[in-house]
Design a protein around this ligand. Structure first.
Ligand code: SF4
Length: 215
C-alpha cells in the first residue's frame, strides 16, 4: 500500500470505527489532511464544532490563525499535514480523556509512519505529552528536539493564543523560527541535498512555460 493509500484507508477507518466513546456524538470524523510526502506534520488536540461539521481540521477561528502563522513561516497548508490526537469531537470541546487518547493513538501512529515527516509540530499539551511526557509547554515551547527518527517542536495551541493575548507574541516568534529549524532538521537527517534538488526541479518546471512562450 502506498503512503497515500494508507492515509485514505485511515480516513475511512476513523469515519466508522467506534473504539472510544467519542464516536457517539461524531457528525464527521476529522482524520487530518495534507500530502503523504509532507515534511512537517502539525498535530493538534481534537476537532471542534466547525471541524465536526466539515470533517476538516482547523477550519474555525483557530484555523484562520494557524493559516496566518503558516504564512508567516513561508509555508502553505497544501504542503503540510495537519491532524489531531483524537479524530472525533470531544463533547463541548472538553479535553480528550486518557482512554480516548489511547484508543485513537493507533490511527495517529499509522499516519506518522506513512508520512514519515522530518518535523512534528505539536499544538497544545496533549500532542506534546505524546512525544515529551511530563513536559511543561510554557518551559519548552518553540524548542526543537530529536525524538526517535525525527524532530519535534512543541508549540502553544493557536486557540490558546487567541484566548490569552499574552501568549500571542510567543506563538508568533515560535512560528517565525520554523523555516530555520526545518533547514536544521533536513541537514541533521541528511535530507538537505534531496530537498534542494527537488526545489531546483520545481523552479525549472515553473520556468518551462515562460521559455515556450518565447518561441
Ligand atoms: S476518537 Fe478515534 S478512537 Fe475514538 S471513535 Fe473517533 S476515531 Fe475511534
Amino acid at each position: 500500500m502506498t503512503a497515500e493509500e494508507t492515509l485514505a484507508q485511515i480516513a475511512k477507518d476513523v469515519s466508522v470505527f467506534t473504539h472510544c466513546a467519542l464516536h457517539a456524538e461524531r457528525k464527521r470524523s476529522v482524520p487530518g489532511e495534507g500530502p503523504a510526502a509532507a515534511e512537517i506534520m502539525f498535530i493538534g488536540e481534537g476537532p471542534g464544532f466547525h471541524e465536526n461539521e466539515q470533517g476538516r481540521p482547523f477550519v474555525g477561528a483557530a484555523g484562520k490563525f494557524l493559516d496566518q502563522l503558516l504564512a508567516q513561516a513561508g509555508v502553505t497548508r497544501a504542503e503540510v499535514f495537519i491532524g489531531n490526537v483524537v479524530k472525533c469531537r470531544p463533547p463541548g470541546n472538553r479535553d480528550p480523556l486518557p482512554d480516548e487518547l489511547a484508543a485513537c493513538d493507533i490511527h495517529l501512529e499509522a499516519q506518522i509512519k506513512a508520512i514519515n515527516p522530518s518535523i512534528i509540530v505539536t499544538l497544545g499539551r496533549f500532542s506534546m505529552n505524546k512525544f515529551i511526557p511530563g513536559a511543561k509547554i510554557s518551559a519548552i515551547h518553540g524548542q526543537m528536539r530529536k525524538v526517535g527518527d525525527r524532530f519535534v517542536i512543541p508549540m502553544f495551541h493557536p486557540a490558546a493564543a487567541l484566548h490569552q493575548a499574552a501568549l500571542k507574541p510567543s506563538i508568533l516568534a515560535d512560528f517565525g523560527r520554523l523555516p530555520e529549524q526545518l533547514q536544521e532538521a533536513r541537514a541533521a537527517l541528511g535530507k538537505k541535498d534531496l530537498f534542494e534538488k527537488k526545489k531546483e526541479e520545481a523552479v525549472q518546471q515553473a520556468e518551462k512555460p515562460i521559455q515556450l512562450n518565447l518561441f
